[in-house]
Design a protein around this ligand. Structure first.
Ligand code: KIV
Ligand code: ZN
Length: 517
């Protein structure tokens, strides 16, 4: 274990985060997030699970090509095929890591793997050895570590270290641990396992009891020097430890948590908004650090205190996480230069066609809306990400709504480059629009969520629409923003359909083939 107080941030938004019900990202969206994470100062980006689908393989491969600073990591079960596929996907990376895992708890070994403990131990040795033959940097995880018998966990960790693992991850896979217990587990492993001083211990905590961040910090205080986390805490079930909360806890409470990270905290809000827009997962208003209300002061007593001294009710400045107090307003007379400056101030580095596209969309918006606020620009730039590669594109629409029915929609979509017109009636304009889309692109998915919110204040605000579709027990979320609520609804539905196509391509990974050295 390194004695340094530098904690590595291992971001798994693109792997564990993408496993969230409803989240599915296409290649371009993943590249955009990876680029942001690389600039953001993340030490390791877990870019995907290459054997799980060709899409995941391609995403890891492309991210490996573009990475400048971060180590790029691919996940693999303890099988030869998994590990070799991960190694292949990581070939272009300047710095590559294979992350291999197997369950070690009695319940997982018996019911999930149907393996005896000695077979699991052999698989640890085989998988880490195989991974080390491909790359220098190998992480090994004991899935469900917090429900594993301690002696057996020690034997597995020791075997992984002897076989060449450089990072040992101790996941609280089901979010079961409490901070004192998790901290003690990390401390005991470091104290008892021979060779522990040679490797980095890592935390990977799920949030089923709302303790993922607390557990991760307890792990750090006990000697872990890598934290696995995701932006906005997205991930399986209740999610993972939230990156922004970990980083700001370490920053704000450096007095008792004297550890540093490489994260540019002023880019936190931007990262959070990007992930929220790409996944379609809204950020809860009172979410720590990045929620809309995180720096809002409503009560008279608090406002009075804030006017006298901001530290009365703020433990960190909004600016330190990228929340700008002054949201400079642009309007229809603002030129390309002002728009570019604004984008740069908000942390976007768009150039060439992307800048021209964004500027054109900004002009369209400014024609419809007097003031264009920061939130509008974020919606405009992030919301349109990756639509270019979508198989289904929204083209145009005319709707009959109001009390003199029948409500109907005439809608044009471009599907695989061919523009088609669909006409449908419905029980209200939204139903008519969705029926028209269904007539053009038949599918069995059901509408699970339809939500509308105003992106900014005022009656000319853009309507942000979220649509969640479910098919065969899998769900996807689409999102859009437009000054016309019905256009926004149509675009959000089309966005969700495109995500459904991405999700359909994700096949269940093949059965485990255990590596035996
Ligand atoms: O939660 C978990 O155990 C995981 C492993 C694959 C690291 O995500
Ligand atoms: Zn996990």
């Amino acid at each position: 274990m390194s004695n340094s107080n530098r904690v590595k941030i291992f971001d798994t938004t693109l792997r564990d985060g993408e496993q969230s019900p409803g989240a599915a990202m296409n290649l371009e969206e993943k590249l955009k997030i990876a680029e942001m994470l690389d600039d953001f100062g993340v030490d390791v980006i877990e870019a995907g699970f290459p054997i799980s689908s060709n899409g995941d393989f391609e995403a890891v491969y492309e991210i490996a090509k573009l990475s400048k600073r971060s180590v790029i990591c691919g996940l693999a079960r303890a099988g030869v095929k998994d590990i070799d596929r991960a190694g292949e996907a990581l070939k272009p990376a300047k710095r590559a890591r294979i992350h291999t895992f197997i369950s070690t708890s009695p319940v997982h070994m018996k019911h999930k793997l149907q393996m005896e403990p000695h077979q699991v131990l052999e698989a640890v040795i085989g998988s880490v050895t195989r991974a080390r033959s491909l790359v220098e940097d190998v992480e090994w995880s004991a899935e469900d570590a917090t429900r594993t018998e301690f002696e057996f966990l020690c034997r597995c960790v020791e075997a992984a270290i002897k076989s060449g693992a450089t990072t040992i991850n101790i996941p609280d896979t089901v979010g079961y641990a409490i901070p004192s217990e998790y901290g003690a587990l990390i401390a005991s492993l470091i104290a008892k396992v021979p060779g522990a001083e040679k490797v980095t211990f890592s935390t990977h905590c799920h949030n089923d009891l709302g303790l993922a961040v607390a557990n991760s910090l307890a792990g750090v205080a006990s000697g872990a020097r890598q934290v696995e986390c995701t932006i906005n805490g997205i991930g399986e079930r209740a999610g993972n430890a939230a990156l922004e909360e970990i980083v700001m806890a370490l920053t704000v409470r450096a007095d008792i948590l004297p550890y540093t990270t490489g994260i540019e905290t002023a880019s936190i809000l931007r990262a959070s908004k990007l992930v929220s827009n790409v996944t379609g997962f809204p950020i809860q208003y009172n979410k720590a650090i990045v929620g809309k209300n995180a720096f809002a002061h409503e009560s008279g007593i608090h406002q009075d205190g804030m006017l006298k001294h901001t530290q009365t009710y703020e433990i960190m400045t909004p600016e330190s996480v990228g929340v700008s107090k002054t949201s400079l307003v642009l309007g229809k007379l603002s030129g390309r230069h002002a728009f570019k400056d604004k984008l740069e101030a908000m942390g976007y580095a768009l150039g060439g066609n992307a800048l021209e596209d964004a500027f054109r969309r900004f002009k369209d918006l400014a024609d419809k809306k007097k003031h264009v606020f920061d939130e509008d620009i974020v919606a405009l730039v992030d919301d349109e990400i990756a639509r270019g590669l979508d198989r289904i594109q929204f083209v145009s629409m005319r709707v009959v709504a109001g009390t003199f029915g029948p409500q109907s929609a005439e809608l044009e979509l471009s599907i695989d480059g061919q523009t088609r017109l669909g006409v449908a009636r419905g029980d209200g304009p939204v139903d008519a629009i969705f029926n028209a889309i269904k007539s053009l692109f038949p599918h069995e998915a059901t509408l699970a969520v339809f939500e509308v919110h105003a992106v900014t204040e005022g009656t000319d605000a853009q309507a942000g629409v979220t649509v969640r579709l479910s098919e065969d027990g899998k769900s996807v979320t689409g999102r859009s923003a437009d000054t016309d609520t019905l256009v926004s609804a149509a675009k959000a539905y089309v966005h969700a359909l495109n995500k459904l196509l991405v999700k359909r391509l994700k096949t269940a990974p093949e059965a485990l083939t255990v590596a035996r050295g």
